[in-house]
Design a protein around this ligand. Structure first.
Ligand code: DGL
Length: 270
């Protein structure tokens, strides 16, 4: 039974992987963190396209993956159309900032979208935002530096940047003109949700895309008859950076026990 490939520029996609594993407990995953080339979000499209192509190619060559989840808003925006064109028989699931559920549930009609500069400056995002122009006011908050701080376990940097960007995302509340919903449009940001929440009233809603992407992956696999039919799920970690650091990040973010042999190539039953 082949694996589902999942990739991101670094550890951010682990927030999507957690949702995938909850939704698809019998599946085996290989997660690729492109840490040596992170962050993607403050570089141009050409860079992100090249990296996305290389990572997808590696997952296909090494694992013959049966599906690919692009667990990165920036890579989805820049490269998913090319990946789909180049690998027509591989189902590829991507993600975009969750504006639709945010607009559907916001009471004030004022929403802030926190994402990378790359995502927010793309034509794809502009088209998404404009499709809601009659129904909500959407503020873009590019969070420069936050991915780098998360990748580096830089606690002080994370604190400082969360405070800064939440100040830009507000004012929060339920009165006219106040923001009641924040879209986490980068897969790294759910990992620091508790730090973001410190700068917001308890009623502020945060929306991310982990669960809907996992459900979409299930639908796609089911429609192709590629769902695992029972058995133990598994997870293999891989990346362009230090595998021990990725193991530590996965242990931290997924509450996954550390492996004694970080370089172990075989899928690890979970
Ligand atoms: N986690 C990625 C995203 O969802 C990108 C982070 C980055 O490398 O800048 O956009």
């Amino acid at each position: 039974m082949s694996l589902i490939g999942v990739f991101d520029s670094g550890v951010g996609g682990l927030s999507v992987l957690a949702a995938l594993r909850a939704e698809l407990p019998h599946e085996r995953f290989v997660y690729f963190a492109d840490t040596a080339y992170a962050p993607y979000g403050e570089r141009g499209d050409d860079y992100v396209i090249e990296r996305s192509r290389k990572v997808a190619e590696q997952l296909i060559q090494e694992h013959g993956i049966k599906a690919l989840v692009v667990a990165c808003n920036t890579a989805t925006t820049a490269a998913i159309h090319l990946l789909r064109a180049e690998h027509p028989s591989l189902p590829i699931v991507g993600l975009e900032p969750a504006l639709k559920p945010a607009v559907a549930t916001s009471r004030t009609g004022h929403i802030s979208v926190m994402a990378t500069r790359g995502t927010l400056s793309s034509a794809k995002y502009a088209a998404l935002r404009d499709s809601f122009s009659g129904s909500a006011t959407v503020r873009a908050v590019p969070c420069d530096g936050l991915v780098k701080a998360i990748e580096g376990f830089d606690t002080a940097g994370i604190e400082m940047l969360c405070a800064r960007y939440m100040a830009e995302a507000g004012p929060f509340g339920h009165a006219t003109g106040e923001v009641d919903t924040v879209v986490l449009g980068c897969t790294h940001y759910p990992l620091v949700k508790s730090q973001l929440q410190r700068h917001a009233p308890p009623a502020l809603r945060f929306i991310d895309t982990g669960a809907p992407v996992a459900q979409q992956t299930r639908r796609v696999l089911a429609s192709l008859g590629r769902l695992a039919d029972g058995g133990e799920g598994g997870l293999q970690l891989q990346g362009s950076g230090d595998l021990a650091v990725l193991e530590a990040a996965a242990a931290h973010w997924l509450q996954r026990p550390r492996q004694t042999d970080a370089a172990m190539p075989a899928p690890i039953p979970t």
